[in-house]
Design a protein around this ligand. Structure first.
Ligand SMILES: Cc1cc2nc3c(=O)[nH]c(=O)nc-3n(C[C@H](O)[C@H](O)[C@H](O)COP(=O)(O)OP(=O)(O)OC[C@H]3O[C@@H](n4cnc5c(N)ncnc54)[C@H](O)[C@@H]3O)c2cc1C
Length: 376
C-alpha cells in the first residue's frame, strides 16, 4: 500500500477464507440446489450440520460458550460468500443471526448450556414468534399471553408469518405476561419447544409456492419457567436489540444477487440505458455493502440498522425489477425471474417495513419530532 491511499482489499487470510467458503457453497449447491433468497428459502438440515462441523455457525461467539471466537470480518466473508452463491443456509440462519446472540446477551448459564450446543452443531432449528394477526409493525399490541402457573407459564394465543414454524425445534416467543402499565411493559420472551402439547402449526403457501412461513397456535401450552429469557415483563428492549441483529446484516443485500449476476449475463449491455441501470445497481450494491460493513464493525450509529435494512432491501427490489425486465417475455413464464419478481415485495416487509424503519431513523437516530410541527 502506498502512502496516502486507503486499502480496501481483504487480508490474504480473509481472501483464503472467502475462497474456501465459495468452494463449500459450490459443493452445497451441487448437492442441495441453488436457492435465491438462500437465507430464508434455502433449507437443508444436512448443510446446516456441515456448517456446524466447520465452525461456521456462531463464528464470533465467545469460546467460553462454545463459539468460534473469530472476528466479525471472518463471519462477514463466510456469510457473504454463502448467500452470494445461493447456498442453502436457512436451517441455521435465524439461530446463528439472532437467537444465539440473544441467549449469549440475556440467557442464563443453564439456557446457554442447554440451547447453544444444538445451534452451534447445526442440529436445532428455530423460528421467531413475534408477529400476530393484529400485531405486526406495532409489536406492543401483541396479545399472545403467558400466565405463570407454579414453575411453568401457560401460553395461549396465535402467531402468524412464522418462518420455519413447521420445521423448527424451538420457537423464540414474544408474549405478554402482564397487561398492567404502559403497553411496552409486560412483554416477555420464552423458549417454547415446538413439540409441546397444545402447539399447532399451519403452513402458509405464498404466491411463489414457498412454504416457509406458518400460522402457529398456542392452546394451553405449558412452558417451563426456566425458559424465560431475561427479565419477566421487561423484554421490549431485548426484542429491539434482537431486531438490530435482524436488520443490519448482509442477508438483506444479497438475497437475489446470484439471480442478478445471471441476468447481467443476459442483459444487452450495448444499450446505453441498460448500462446506466447496471451502473446504478452496482453503485447501490457497493453502498449497501459499505453500510453493512459499518454495522458489522460496530461503526454505525445506534439503531441505524433500520436505515441499512431499508436501503439494502429497496436495492434488492430494484434488482428484482431489473431481472424481470432482462428476462423479458420469458419472465411471464413461471421460473426464477418470475418468482423473484413476485417475492420482492416481501423484502421491505419482513424484519420491519420500510415505512416503520424510516420512522425509527427519523425519531430515534435523527431525533426528529414525533408530532407534526404546527407553524402559524
Ligand atoms: C417473507 C416474510 C417472512 C416473515 N417472517 C416472520 C417471522 O419469522 N416471524 C415473525 O414474527 N414475523 C415474520 N414476518 C412478519 C413481518 O415481520 C410483518 O409482516 C411486518 O412486521 C409487518 O407487519 P404486518 O404485516 O402486520 O403489517 P402492518 O403492521 O399491519 O402494516 C401494514 C402497512 O401499514 C404501514 N404502517 C403500519 N404502522 C405504521 C406507522 N406507525 N407509520 C407508518 N406506516 C405504518 C406499514 O408500513 C405497512 O405498509 C414475515 C413477513 C414476511 C413477508
Amino acid at each position: 500500500m502506498s502512502a496516502g491511499t486507503l486499502e480496501f482489499a481483504w487480508s490474504p487470510e480473509l481472501v483464503a477464507l472467502q475462497a474456501e467458503a465459495h468452494e463449500v457453497a459450490d459443493a452445497a449447491i451441487a448437492a442441495h440446489g441453488q436457492h435465491d433468497d438462500a437465507w430464508i428459502n434455502g433449507y437443508s438440515r444436512v448443510f446446516s450440520r456441515e456448517l456446524g462441523r466447520r465452525g461456521w455457525i456462531g463464528m464470533t461467539w465467545p469460546t467460553e460458550v462454545g463459539g468460534g471466537g473469530r472476528s466479525v470480518l471472518e463471519r462477514f466473508v463466510v456469510t457473504e460468500a454463502l448467500i452470494d452463491k445461493g447456498a442453502p443456509i436457512a436451517a441455521s440462519w435465524f439461530a446463528d443471526r439472532q437467537m444465539g446472540p440473544t441467549l449469549i446477551a440475556y440467557g442464563t448459564p443453564e439456557q446457554q448450556r442447554d440451547f447453544l450446543p444444538g445451534i452451534l452443531a447445526g442440529e436445532t432449528g428455530w423460528c421467531i414468534g413475534m408477529s400476530e394477526p393484529d400485531a405486526g409493525s406495532d409489536l406492543a399490541s401483541l396479545a399472545t399471553r403467558a400466565v405463570r402457573d407454579g414453575d411453568h407459564y401457560v401460553v395461549d394465543g396465535q402467531k402468524i408469518w412464522t418462518s420455519f414454524g413447521e420445521t423448527a425445534d424451538y420457537c423464540y416467543l414474544i408474549c405478554r405476561t402482564s397487561s398492567e402499565g404502559p403497553r411496552h411493559a409486560g412483554i416477555s420472551e420464552l423458549i417454547v419447544p415446538m413439540d409441546t402439547p397444545g402447539v399447532t402449526v399451519r403452513p402458509i403457501e405464498d404466491m411463489t409456492t414457498n412454504r416457509h412461513f406458518c400460522e402457529v397456535f398456542f392452546d394451553g401450552v405449558r412452558v417451563p419457567a426456566a425458559n424465560l429469557v431475561g427479565e419477566e415483563g421487561g423484554s421490549f428492549r431485548q426484542t429491539m436489540r434482537q431486531l438490530e441483529h435482524e436488520r443490519g446484516g448482509v442477508d438483506r443485500l444479497l438475497s437475489n444477487r446470484a439471480l442478478y449476476l445471471e441476468a447481467l449475463g443476459r442483459a444487452d449491455t450495448a444499450d446505453p440505458l441498460v448500462r446506466q441501470e447496471v451502473a446504478r445497481l452496482e453503485t447501490g450494491y457497493r453502498i449497501g455493502r459499505l453500510l453493512v460493513l459499518r454495522e458489522v464493525l460496530g461503526q454505525a450509529p445506534r439503531q441505524f440498522s433500520a436505515a441499512t435494512k431499508a436501503f439494502c432491501t429497496e436495492h434488492e427490489q430494484r434488482v428484482a425489477d431489473f431481472v424481470a425486465r432482462t428476462w423479458g417475455m420469458d419472465a411471464t413464464l413461471w421460473g426464477r425471474a418470475a418468482r423473484g419478481a413476485c417475492y420482492a415485495p416481501a423484502y421491505t416487509i419482513m424484519g420491519g417495513t420500510s415505512l416503520i424503519l424510516r420512522n425509527i431513523l427519523g425519531e430515534r437516530t435523527l431525533g426528529l419530532p414525533r408530532e407534526p410541527v404546527v407553524t402559524r
